[in-house]
Design a protein around this ligand. Structure first.
Ligand code: DX5
Ligand code: ZN
Length: 220
C-alpha cells in the first residue's frame, strides 16, 4: 500500500487547521515540508519556525525535505524528532555523509535525496547511513511541474541497488508531479511514499477528501 505525504507548500495557510483535521481523518501518513533557501533551489519556502509550529498543530509525523546549501551546518536549527524523515540532497553538500549522520544523531530518519540528473549509483556512497531514498521526479523548487520522464525508471533502479545491499525493505519516496496519472506508474516501479501536491491532493478539480481517496486507489 503506498503512503501519502502531502506537500505542505501547497497548503493554504488560511485553511491549515481544516486541512490538518482532514488529513488526520484520512489517515495521512506523513506531512512533506519543503524547506527551500533560495540558493540550492530558486525559491524560498517553509523555514525552521514553520516546522516547529506545525509540530504543535498535529501528531502526523513530518517528512522534511532539505533543499538548502551546506545542510550539515544547519541540521541543529531544526530540532528534528524521532520518527521524522529528513531528506538531504547529494547535490547540496560536499559532506553528504556528515549531514546524513547528523540527522541520525538527532534521532530522525535520514533519506538520501537525488535530483533528476543525478545517477542512482551515488547512493553507494551513503548506503550504510540511510533509512530510505527520495527520488526527485521534478527539478526541485516549485509545485505544478511535469515529471521528468527519465526519473520514473530511477525508482526501480534504486530498489535494485537497495536490494543488492540487503536493504530492499527501505522506503523509496517520490517527489514531483505525483498525479493521478503518474502515481500508478511510480507505484509500479516500487515507490512507497508519494509527495502529493497540486497534481493530486491539492487539486482544484475536486474536494480534498475525494482527491485523497482517488489517490489511494492509484497507489494500492
Ligand atoms: C517540488 C516540491 C513538491 C511537489 C509539489 O520541489 O517538492 O512539493 O512538486 O507537488 P506537485 O508537483 O504535484 O505540484
Ligand atoms: Zn519536496
Amino acid at each position: 500500500m503506498g503512503m501519502l505525504a502531502p506537500s505542505m507548500m501547497c497548503a493554504q495557510i488560511d485553511k491549515l487547521d481544516e486541512t490538518l483535521r482532514a488529513f488526520e481523518k484520512a489517515g495521512i501518513e506523513y506531512l512533506h515540508i519543503d524547506v527551500m533557501d533560495g540558493c540550492f533551489v530558486p525559491n524560498l519556502m517553509l523555514g525552521t519556525d514553520y516546522v516547529k509550529q506545525l509540530r504543535k498543530l498535529t501528531s502526523i509525523p513530518l517528512d522534511i525535505h532539505l533543499m538548502i546549501t551546506e545542510p550539515e551546518k544547519k541540521i541543529s536549527w531544526f530540532d528534528f524528532q524521532p520518527g521524522e524523515f529528513v531528506s538531504v540532497h547529494h547535490e547540496s553538500t560536499k559532506n553528504w555523509r556528515q549531514a546524513l549522520q547528523l540527522v541520525r544523531d538527532a534521532g530522525a530518519k535520514p533519506l538520501a535525496a537525488i535530483n533528476p540528473p543525478t545517477p542512482v549509483s551515488v547512493l553507494e556512497d551513503v548506503i550504510d547511513l540511510i533509512d530510505g531514498v527520495l527520488v526527485m521526479t521534478v527539478n526541485p523548487g516549485f509545485a505544478g511541474q511535469k515529471a521528468v520522464p527519465e526519473t520514473i525508471a530511477k525508482i526501480h533502479e534504486t530498489r535494485e541497488l537497495l536490494a543488492r545491499h540487503g536493504l530492499a525493505h527501505l522506503p523509496i519516496e517520490v517527489d514531483g508531479n505525483c498525479s493521478f496519472e503518474m502515481a500508478p506508474k511510480m507505484r509500479a516501479q516500487s515507490a512507497d511514499i508519494f509527495v502529493c501536491g497540486s497534481s493530486s491532493v491539492f487539486t482544484k478539480s475536486m474536494p480534498m477528501d475525494e482527491a485523497i481517496a482517488k489517490f489511494r486507489e492509484c497507489v494500492k
